[in-house]
Write a protein that binds this ligand. Structure first.
Ligand code: CP3
Length: 343
């Protein structure tokens, strides 16, 4: 008999024996076995080789009693297939070779084909599913339209996304074409990940919180909503992740997602009130709390759990990903405390 993951049950707000837990960036530099592989391969080599990607996905699963694995990939992988090549410059993060800053360059873009352009991710998903222990679900993911457009336009990470804003305000028609193209690519890519074996998918809108509520509603919401609507018929849990959106979580929820993933800038209970108790919630420990001594960390973990107050549908996670400095022993402790916690 197969055991259904408590993570999938919580996404659907079904009763669970204890709160499920997984972490964004749970495969990464804080783990010695990851760093050892990274000495031999670049990040993109690891992403594009299905055996390596599957191996890295499973590393944290072997170490901790996590309730879900997230496929090892990156939100930027669909860009080359759309006509936007990029690289990871050592120690600097992503670099887009020719940033998209004019209407003409937007008009030359195309949608990516998940099977032709991203077959290695789909193959990695199949490999992980064959090896995952019973009860541990596999999460697929993609970047959301605003966050991906931000990288395409800025050319790399940015604090204010000023060039992105300028294009959005000066050329609204081209902006909507760009986000439409990203939404179409992303919907097809997530669907292909689900068909390959992903049991839930997360849409990462990491930087959308730089927008005001009105701009979110006008320039972003319809495109993110299109992705969730396109996946509706598959009945697979969808997670909508954003940061910095505490002021308009109701709007983010309106765009879609069976689960809303919230950051630490708002108490989880208040976030849940804004999102509505009809949805599941994921979060929201401050990633920097992982640096605290164990007794302080424990208090913070139990505060998040207490904020959920026994409502069905809480998935414990951070408000954003682990930093490379995260102590491995603290990760193990958090997983144990979450599973042991009773209201
Ligand atoms: O374990 C997991 O969470 C799965 C793997 C994963 C990666 N990237 C691998 C990766 C996931 C889910 C992502 C998503 C991603 N990628 C996001 C959204 C989530 C977020 O953090 O907001 C974004 C914005 C990116 C783009 C990206 N990739 C940046 C800005 C960077 C550089 C920043 C850094 O930490 O160095 C990356 C590199 C990257 N992607 C790493 C990993 C594990 C860094 C590790 C390395 O270089 O080995």
């Amino acid at each position: 008999m197969t055991v259904e993951s408590r993570f999938l049950k919580a996404c659907r707000r079904e009763p669970v024996d204890c709160t499920p837990v997984w972490f964004m960036r749970q495969a990464g530099r804080y783990m010695e076995e990851y760093r050892r592989l990274r000495e031999r391969y670049t990040l993109l080599e690891m992403c594009r080789n299905p055996e390596l990607a599957a191996e890295v996905t499973l590393q944290p699963i072997r170490r901790f009693e996590l309730d879900a694995a997230i496929i090892f990939a990156d939100i930027l992988l669909p860009l080359p297939g759309m006509g936007v090549p990029f690289e990871f410059a050592a120690g600097e993060g992503p670099r887009i070779l020719q940033p998209i800053r004019s209407v003409e360059t937007i008009d030359r873009l195309r949608t990516a084909d998940p099977r032709a352009d991203l077959g290695f991710v789909l193959e990695a998903i199949r490999l992980v599913r064959e090896q995952l222990p019973d009860g541990v679900a596999l999460i697929g993911f993609a970047g959301a339209p605003f966050t991906l457009a931000g990288y395409m336009i800025e050319g790399g990470h940015s604090r204010h996304f000023a060039l992105t804003r300028r294009l959005m305000y000066e050329e609204p028609a081209a902006w909507h074409r760009l986000l439409g193209l990203i939404a179409e690519t992303t919907a097809a890519y997530l669907r292909a990940q689900i068909e390959a074996g992903a049991q839930a998918v997360q849409l990462f809108d990491s930087w959308v919180g730089t927008l005001s509520p009105d701009d979110y509603r006008e320039y972003v919401l319809p495109h993110s909503r299109r992705i969730f609507s396109a996946l509706d018929d598959l009945k697979v849990p969808t997670i909508h992740f954003s940061t910095g959106t505490a002021g308009y979580l109701d709007l983010v929820a309106e765009a879609g997602g069976m689960v809303q993933s919230v950051d630490w800038r708002i108490p989880l209970g208040r976030a849940w009130d804004l999102v509505g108790n009809g949805r599941a919630i994921q979060g929201n420990l401050d990633p920097l709390a992982m640096m605290a001594p164990l007794p302080v960390l424990r208090r913070k973990v139990e505060d998040v759990l207490g904020q959920a107050a026994g409502r069905p549908g809480h998935i414990f996670n951070l408000g954003h990903g682990f930093l490379p400095q995260t102590p491995v022993d603290s990760v193990a402790a958090v997983v144990e405390w979450v599973h042991a916690f009773r209201i």
